[in-house]
Design a protein around this ligand. Structure first.
Ligand SMILES: *[C@@H]1O[C@H](CO)[C@@H](O)[C@H](O)[C@H]1NC(C)=O
Length: 206
């Protein structure tokens, strides 16, 4: 009888430690999985956007007047000089749009191409309308480009309104500034843009 009791106790202890080991091993596996999952999406030590690292001193920043009504941020590839020049000559030209308190600024990233870099510096000397960020200019880094542009706009430019567009888009600068000016007194937090209704989103994801 005593011996059976002893065996039973040993057996219980064995089960207990086995469960403890299993538990330990299981949580280690879970932890590894979690780490792997996180590392896939967020590099270690980086939470959200590291804004200060996006600011570059390579190129002088464009100057902003303090009472700007509308700032138009134009994402553009460093090599798209022709698109930028076309925009400068057309809808972003002060003589084209309603004059006054609006301007366009081009957003570019860093390029390793020495010749392209030289051209950007030259363009900036002539036009002073390029904001260069300290990130590699690539399609995958577009988010950084927009984040940097927005941050710069809010901190250094402080316009009433920001419009974000691309270098292959047309902005009606005849109409937009006066549209915003007319709506200024009553409208705070005006947010205008293309709306993706639920049905459209559903059809897109199919
Ligand atoms: C984005 O920019 C960062 C900083 O320059 C660079 O390390 C990274 O390789 C770039 N990512 C892509 C996908 O180009």
């Amino acid at each position: 009888m005593r011996r059976a009791g002893c065996l039973k106790a040993l057996f219980c202890l064995f089960i207990f430690f086995s469960l403890l080991l299993l538990w330990n091993w299981g949580s280690q596996v879970l932890e590894e999985g979690r780490r792997f999952w996180l590392s896939d999406f967020a590099p270690p030590g980086r939470k959200g956007v590291d804004f200060p690292s996006l600011f570059s001193t390579d190129l002088p920043e464009p100057k902003c007047r303090t009472d700007l009504l509308l700032l138009i941020l134009v994402t553009t590839h460093p090599g798209h000089r022709d698109s930028r020049n076309a925009i400068r000559k057309t809808w972003a030209s002060p003589s084209t749009g309603t004059s006054g308190r609006w301007r366009a600024v081009f957003l570019v990233g860093r390029t390793l191409d020495v010749e392209l870099d030289w051209h950007i510096h030259h363009e900036q000397k002539m036009n002073a309308d390029i904001l260069m960020g300290d990130y590699r200019d690539s399609y995958r880094n577009l988010t950084l480009k927009v984040m940097h542009g927005m941050k710069w706009a809010v901190e250094r430019c402080r316009p009433r309104y920001i419009l974000k567009t691309d270098d292959d888009c047309f902005v009606n600068t005849h109409y937009l500034p006066s549209f915003l000016r007319d709506r200024l007194p009553g409208t705070a937090h005006l947010y205008v843009g293309a709306v993706f209704p639920e049905q459209k989103r559903a059809s897109r994801s199919v």
